[in-house]
Design a protein. Structure first.
Length: 320
């Protein structure tokens, strides 16, 4: 008899544990827009059509989260955690920090006012033919100090604000500078940074893409088109002199026909074109005014030599 009760007790305990485990991981869907820790905005209804949150909870570290299209969820405190976060709508990070997720998925928008992209495996969110999500940098001036990989990036800063690139950045999609200024490096750093864009780069009127005066030469690789309706200033030194106070080498790569449209001042240090070993793929360069386009790099092969330059004198010129 004692053995029977023991077996039954073990069976009950197993059922309780299984029940607790099934309740511990729940998927929450955004019913309406609002703050992350407000239980009233979350529902257990996958269609997110009706309220269903009987325990009046908001997502915890053992839960999955789906932010539906048309909903905006705001991080109103630090250190939120969950399992799989799917962003099909908008996630407003503000200036909060410490958020952690096992996975970050979806094709929505994550809006930040600092270099505070949440911790987690964001492969789906940042990859072509998967989520293809968008990161939006807004607010006042700040720097990107962590190596980042995103898909599309929009820069929509306040007037006069600067987004400083103080680390390497990889975009698997496009860069759209809508307002404000993007700048390689600050005015004192001597580390060289690399920015790669697999898609297009567009500058709106009144925006700027520039380089700080710190003594370093940086590299921008573009596989798509570059459309400048603002200002590109990649050379701080005297024209035709080797850089000593900040410069950017512009590289056009990829195996597609693209264009470089110059509708505003475009001061380049050096520009390299590498679209294969023949004339299959072309880069069409068009300037709205001849004075818009200028090269500032050295015109003699012996000056301004960089580690990646080839042995030939022509490989060390401003336009290659």
């Amino acid at each position: 008899m004692a053995k029977f009760y023991f077996v039954r007790l073990v069976f009950v305990v197993i059922l309780l544990v299984a029940g607790w485990s099934s309740q511990a991981q729940t998927t929450y869907y955004s019913l309406v827009s609002g703050d992350w820790n407000n239980p009233k905005i979350w529902t257990l209804d996958p269609a997110a059509a009706v309220p269903s949150n009987p325990q009046s909870r908001f997502p915890g570290e053992n839960d999955n989260v789906v932010i539906k299209t048309g909903r905006t969820i705001t991080m109103n405190a630090n250190n939120f955690k969950a399992k799989v976060l799917t962003v099909d709508g908008r996630l407003e990070m503000k200036k909060t920090s410490g958020h952690q997720f096992a996975q970050i998925r979806g094709g929505g928008r994550i809006i930040m006012e600092a270099d505070n992209f949440p911790v987690g495996d964001a492969t789906h969110f940042t990859s072509k033919n998967q989520g293809e999500g968008t990161v939006v940098f807004t607010g006042d001036s700040y720097a990107i100090t962590s190596t980042r990989t995103f898909f599309d990036v929009e820069v929509d800063l306040n007037a006069g604000a600067v987004l400083t690139l103080s680390q390497n950045l990889q975009l698997n999609g496009d860069l759209d500078i809508r307002s404000g200024k993007v700048q390689f490096n600050n005015n004192s750093g001597t580390t060289s940074y690399t920015f790669r864009a697999a898609g297009d780069i567009k500058l709106a009127s009144g925006t700027e893409f520039a380089v700080g005066t710190g003594n370093a030469v940086h590299h921008l690789y573009v596989e798509g088109s570059l459309i400048n309706n603002g200002v590109i200033d990649f050379a701080n030194g005297a024209q035709y002199a080797a850089a000593s106070n900040g410069a950017v080498v512009l590289h056009f790569e990829g195996t597609t026909d693209e264009e470089f449209v110059v509708n505003g001042r475009t001061d380049l240090y050096r520009m390299f074109l590498n679209k294969g070993n023949d004339r299959t793929y072309e880069l069409a360069v068009r300037a709205g005014d001849p004075d818009y386009f200028k090269l500032f790099g050295p015109i003699a092969g012996g000056s301004g030599v960089l580690p990646g330059d080839g042995p030939g004198g022509w490989e060390r010129l401003a336009l290659v």
